[in-house]
Design a protein around this ligand. Structure first.
Ligand code: ZN
Length: 136
């Protein structure tokens, strides 16, 4: 057993949820000393990002996404579908996974680095896979 599902319940259409402690718990339960953990979202309208948990920055990121990929921007996917093309495109831009090193049994993150589940088409119940790649 080298993987666990992290369940994430989102409460807004666009939301960034800090899942660092959940990933730390998985690494701790696996008893891995050195290696890496891959965190992968199983959805097409979400992403995994690593950055600072500061409310102003998260608001800036939300505004950047709205500028780069505005909702209802005349996308082909919005014709006859759920109208969530912006969420898919934001997911593609930010990517579905991040690989985080593990050293001495702990996530090797910088002081201000946190792992976020990025929701772009919530609120929904979501799943991310945390898979440990063990060196020893
Ligand atoms: Zn869609």
């Amino acid at each position: 057993m080298s993987r666990e599902i992290i369940e994430v319940r989102t409460s807004r259409r666009v939301e960034f949820i800090d899942i660092t402690s959940e990933v730390e718990e998985v690494v701790s339960r696996m008893g891995v000393d050195e290696g890496a953990v891959n965190v992968f979202t199983m959805h097409t309208t979400t992403a995994i990002i690593v950055n600072e948990n500061e409310s102003g920055l998260l608001r800036d990121l939300e505004e950047l996404m709205e500028k780069l990929v505005p909702r209802g921007g005349g996308y082909a996917h919005d014709r006859g579908f759920e109208g969530n093309a912006d969420a898919h495109l934001r997911s593609i831009l930010l990517g579905p996974s991040k690989l985080i090193p593990i050293q001495g049994g702990r996530l090797q993150l910088g002081t201000w680095q946190r792992i976020f589940f990025a929701e772009f088409d919530g609120p929904r119940n979501r799943k991310a896979v945390a898979q440990v790649l063990r060196e020893k």
